[in-house]
Design a protein. Structure first.
Length: 360
């Protein structure tokens, strides 16, 4: 993979959206996301980041019910999940194109080959409406393993966008040192971290503080900007998760469960983060601020020993079935967004999804 060092350093406005989905309603949630994209663009945002699995919500029942109790809710989530490609993705791409914004948004992605496969995925959409990437969470965290299938290394990649080299990770992945290092090694200067509010964490776990610590660490280590977008909790989510248990209902309303904001290459917030409440955090980003800190600590350059340490990143797209002897026009789709017959650009170029009719 060839990494291109940027010769220009964009200045732009980033928008970190802290909001709740319309729970288990993908069409209404996408409508809400589209409205928020237009709102953020009207405030001058060139990059709009949404929470983890924003469409159509997070399976809180995994934390509050046993697997048998939660299984019907898994089916509801599966039925409400998003196909890639599909009409919900097309609506988000159209909003990005209409506003000229780069959009990052979390979805529940329905697997193509099995009714048991859901992915915790993050879409990266360019300002022309192109689907640049679909990142699937590498390891579902703790109780999430009851819902999501693991992703693979093919989607841990940096996309070259008008706002700069951009990478994404979902929630707990931002504690994965090697995943973060891979993005840094690909030239990442803009990092989007998607999160969900986690009121069901252990009593001594402050989710908002945990988000801030992880975001500050990656920003400081990589000398880059991090945009973190977290979801919020609605009464409907509380009712589903609690199932008439007042103790769980109280836990679901626990404060300091969500934080969204923008952090700079010194590890400090660029502006005051938003805690718990719905809203959009706007911040001005100047990527030129990433240059001077690199002189002190550049962990992907002079401040490392690659003769001592080396990371192997397997970017193979894993499939349950490998077919041989087929013509390319007969082969089924092998990736979440690109057919095998379409040659991929050399040097780590972008995956770009074919536009739907009428999209510019």
């Amino acid at each position: 993979m060839t990494v291109t060092v940027p010769q220009e350093f964009p200045r732009f406005t980033a928008a970190a959206v802290q909001a709740a989905p319309v729970f288990l309603d993908p069409a209404a949630t996408v409508d809400k996301a589209v409205a928020l994209i237009h709102e953020a663009a009207a405030h001058g945002a060139s990059l709009v980041a949404f929470p983890e699995v924003f469409v159509p919500g997070y399976p809180y029942w995994n934390w509050t019910m046993n697997p048998v109790q939660g299984s019907p809710w898994y089916e509801k989530l599966y039925r409400a999940a998003v196909d890639v490609p599909g009409p919900h993705v097309d609506a988000l791409r159209a909003a990005a194109a209409a506003t000229g914004t780069t959009v990052v948004i979390g979805i529940n992605e329905r697997g193509r080959h099995s009714l048991g496969v859901l992915y915790n995925s993050v879409l990266t959409i360019g300002p022309d409406g192109a689907l640049l990437g679909v990142h699937r969470k590498l390891v579902p965290t703790w109780a999430e393993k009851l819902t999501w299938t693991q992703g693979d290394g093919s989607s841990v990649r940096v996309h070259h966008t008008p706002v700069g080299p951009l990478g994404v990770l979902a929630c707990g992945e931002n504690t994965n040192t090697l995943a973060r290092f891979s993005l840094l090694s690909q030239g990442e200067l803009v990092h989007v971290a998607t999160y969900i509010a986690l009121p069901v964490a252990p009593a001594d776990y402050d989710m908002s503080e945990a988000i801030a610590i992880r975001t500050a660490a990656h920003s400081f280590e990589g000398k880059l900007f991090s945009i973190v977008a977290c979801s919020t909790i609605t009464d409907e989510m509380t009712e589903v998760a609690a199932a008439h248990d007042p103790e769980i209902a109280t836990m679901m309303r626990r404060p300091r469960s969500a934080l969204s904001g923008v952090f700079g290459p010194d590890g400090r917030p660029v502006t005051e983060p938003l805690v718990d409440e719905e809203g959009i955090v706007y911040a001005e980003i100047d990527l030129a601020r990433c240059i001077q800190p690199k002189q002190m600590h550049d962990i992907i350059g002079h401040y490392n020993r690659f003769d001592v340490f080396r990371l192997h990143h397997d970017t193979t797209h894993r499939q349950p079935l490998i077919r041989t002897g087929e013509r390319p026009d007969e082969a089924p789709l092998t990736g979440p967004w690109s057919p095998p017959a379409e040659p991929q650009p050399e040097g780590g170029g972008e995956f770009r999804h074919a536009r739907s009719p009428g999209m510019r």
